[in-house]
Write a protein that binds this ligand. Structure first.
Ligand SMILES: Nc1ncnc2c1ncn2[C@@H]1O[C@H](COP(=O)(O)OP(=O)(O)O)[C@@H](O)[C@H]1O
Ligand SMILES: [Mg+2]
Length: 250
């Protein structure tokens, strides 16, 4: 039997400094082609989960495990996770002085695939994606994240996802104050990439109902106090929008 694409099993994690337990038994399974959304009130552990999935040294997995295509990746470093086909939007540096969007993508792609696309091939691929994502062609020459607006950062992340062709994409929408335009970039970007990569799994961590309206996830999960307390479909997200997290004792 083929193992699930991505699986989190009874994951417990604590801060390295001070040993504060934040994740207290997270279980989540993403099959190929599925879009999952993880929601939850502030402080419930969403960003911590994203960071642990990324392999951040700030947190220690104290028990449980993370699996990708059947392999236990709990101890894998972030770059190896990337090479294997996991995309974590924010695993890339915030700003790299003097490196253009295009050049950064070249480096990231050769790390991911172990091949060097010619400059021309890559340029064509990037141009095509920029058009699909409705991005200005001059964007490729900009220096990475230098003076990027929130919306441009999101476009850049989605462009990276499109070019790197991951099997599992994990998107964290922690930034407060993402405007509607930026949310739409994420949603349409994910949908465009999924048209080509129907087997790609997506885990979108968000507290934006609006993003979910556009993303239409197959499964919605609620994280409270480091645990998934309820899972459902889009209706769950709609309920949360109307009634908040009160019924979970928050
Ligand atoms: N490195 C850390 N050191 C101490 N406390 C932390 C650390 N990271 C997260 N926390 C705490 O863990 C809880 C969950 O945080 P976080 O994962 O950022 O929640 P969310 O993203 O759902 O708002 C919060 O109470 C936060 O203060
Ligand atoms: Mg957060």
């Amino acid at each position: 039997m083929t193992p699930p694409l991505f699986e989190i099993r009874d994951l417990h994690a604590a801060t390295v400094e001070g040993g504060i337990e934040i994740l207290r038994g997270v279980n989540l399974t993403v099959h190929a082609g599925e879009v999952h959304a993880l929601m939850g009130p502030n402080g419930s552990g969403k960003s911590t989960l994203a960071n642990v999935l990324l392999g951040s040294p700030e947190y220690e997995v104290t028990s449980g495990s993370i699996h990708f295509r059947g392999e236990d990746i709990t101890e894998w470093p972030a770059d190896v996770r990337g090479t294997a086909g996991m995309f974590l939007a924010f695993q890339y540096p915030q700003e790299i002085p003097g490196v253009s969007v295009i050049n950064f993508l070249r480096q990231a792609l050769s790390a991911r695939k172990g091949i060097d696309l010619s400059v021309l091939e890559l340029r064509l691929a990037i141009m095509e994606w920029m058009e699909r994502l409705e991005m200005d062609p001059s964007f490729g020459e900009r220096y990475l994240n230098e003076g990027f607006s929130g919306g441009e950062k999101k476009r850049n992340e989605i462009l990276q996802m499109a070019i790197l062709e991951p099997d599992m994409a994990i998107l964290d929408e922690t930034d407060s104050g993402l405007d509607i335009d930026a949310l739409r970039v994420v949603a349409t970007g994910v949908q465009e990439v999924r048209k080509d990569r129907t087997e790609m799994g997506v885990l979108a961590i968000t507290h934006y109902q609006r993003l979910l309206d556009e993303l239409q996830p197959d499964h919605v999960h609620v994280l409270i106090d480091g645990k998934i307390v309820e899972s459902g479909d889009m209706q769950l997200a709609v309920d949360l929008e109307h009634n908040g997290y009160e019924r979970f004792g928050v």
